[in-house]
Design a protein around this ligand. Structure first.
Ligand code: ZN
Ligand code: ZN
Length: 351
């Protein structure tokens, strides 16, 4: 079938100004492919991008968590052919800086990014470099494949800790990344996995994802509740919420020699109580940050392993998706979200 000359897309003009438009079809370079988008998720980072902070460039097509079918390939593309079902990593590292050299692509000093710096996938078609593609097994549905990005973020974060068979793991913030972290911790054999959030619906979902216990931190002090479940505290703690109050509670809930990993993006300062500082020192805690999801060889084990875990049925659950939308419903949906800030889990566009 010949390709059309135009496509439908969502375009971000300014924070809160998102329009549904007909735009020219992206033109691919020799080392790029054109993907017909079948599903595109809304990332936690898209919410401030779309509603408050804006993007790096005006009139951007957002969307970096997607899957689809390759419909055209540049002349230097040898790893996929048209018709292939794929997902793709959104980071386009420079491959020249000291961090790229070491394979720490998440720390690249001069990167491009689909959906934040270059046009993304809240559209019928998106242009993708061949190095970013991951072919999909037949059993991995497009919707699941559009969640490989949050899954890979969970893998990248938990790769920074050691989960032993007797480990107690606590996950603060059980949005999509937190849910994948729960599934991964269980899969890696953690003895007990505890989910913490302020939202009952999300906690119910955390249970279906495999949590042994859930704590609503509006109703209970999570550090105390975790210590009641696991005397001594949790060995691996992941903050996927980005809320300073949760980051503080993470330190208080940690066992001796625990790894505390901060992944949730925060735009706030963090004050630690004397008790928390004492816990960090006396418990010899390891506090680590985790950023994005990439390693060598690009895009990294985080991505290939996440696809594998989806194929095995370890990762994912259709109920992670709270909203399914057509592209033309986007502007109205984001206006309503800006106004009411209603609860959501994964929002998925099906162009
Ligand atoms: Zn994302
Ligand atoms: Zn670089």
């Amino acid at each position: 079938m010949p390709l059309p000359h135009t496509m439908n897309a969502l375009k971000l003009y300014a924070p809160g100004d998102i329009r549904f438009e007909t735009v020219p079809l992206p033109r691919i370079k020799d080392d790029e492919v054109l993907v017909n988008v079948k599903a595109c998720g809304v990332c936690g980072s898209d919410i401030p991008r779309l509603l408050t902070h804006g993007a790096h460039r005006a009139e951007l097509i957002p969307g970096h968590e997607f899957s689809g079918v390759v419909v055209a390939v540049g002349k230097d593309v040898d790893n996929v052919a048209p018709g292939r079902r794929v997902t793709a990593a959104p980071l386009i590292p420079c491959m020249k800086c000291q961090w790229c050299d070491k394979g720490h692509y998440s720390l690249c000093e001069n990167y491009d990014y689909l959906g934040s710096r270059s046009d993304g996938a809240m559209a019928e078609y998106v242009r993708v470099p061949k190095a970013n593609l991951l072919p999909l097994p037949d059993s991995v549905a497009f919707e699941a494949a559009a969640m490989v990005d949050p899954a890979a973020n969970a893998v990248h974060a938990l790769d920074k800790a050691e989960i032993a068979p007797d480990s107690a793991v606590a996950i603060f913030g059980v949005g999509p990344i937190g849910l994948f972290a729960i599934q991964l911790a269980k899969h890696l054999g953690a003895k007990i996995v505890i989910g913490v959030d302020v939202n009952e619906e999300k906690l119910a979902l955390a249970k279906t994802a495999g949590c042994d216990a859930v704590i609503n931190s509006l109703k209970q002090d999570p550090a105390q509740a975790i210590r009641e479940i696991v005397p001594g505290g949790a060995n691996v703690i992941l903050d996927a919420s980005g809320a300073p109050i949760a980051q503080h509670q993470c330190a208080l809930a940690a066992a001796n020699h625990a790894a505390v990993i901060f992944l949730g993006i925060s735009h706030d300062s963090l004050t630690l109580s004397e008790k928390a500082v004492d816990r960090i020192l006396r418990g010899e805690l390891c506090l680590r940050g985790s950023w994005n999801s990439f390693s060598k060889p690009f895009p990294g084990r985080e991505w290939t392993y996440s696809v594998e875990l989806m194929e095995q049925g370890v990762f994912g659950n259709p109920s992670f998706i709270s909203h399914r939308l057509r592209l033309n419903e986007g502007p109205e949906f984001f206006t309503a979200l800006a106004k009411d800030r209603f609860n959501f889990n994964k929002i998925m566009f099906l162009p």
